[in-house]
Design a protein around this ligand. Structure first.
Ligand SMILES: [Zn+2]
Length: 84
């Protein structure tokens, strides 16, 4: 069971949660080669994720990519407000 971080509803037993990424950052991967650290790759890693119910997640995923980004930023603010 989980609590949706957007509408704050408690899930039904065995209801599946939807995770939505609200913040990522650039990440550099290093590996030790012959005693020295070398950059072996770059990518992004997840900084923040929100756990949502299917209803809230579908509202997010049903939008165009650009409005989705805007909505995700709004969502992040709402999620942070819920935590306060
Ligand atoms: Zn919800």
């Amino acid at each position: 069971m989980f609590r949706c971080q957007l509408c704050n509803r408690l899930s039904a037993p065995r209801e599946r949660s939807c995770k939505i990424v609200t913040e990522t950052r650039e990440k550099e991967y290093f590996s030790e080669i012959r005693g020295r650290m070398h950059l072996v790759g770059t990518g992004t890693e997840i900084v923040k994720e929100a756990v949502l119910c299917r209803e809230c997640a579908e509202k997010q995923w049903g939008m165009s990519p650009l409005s989705r980004v805007v909505e995700e930023l709004k969502l992040l603010k709402e999620v942070e407000n819920v935590r306060l």
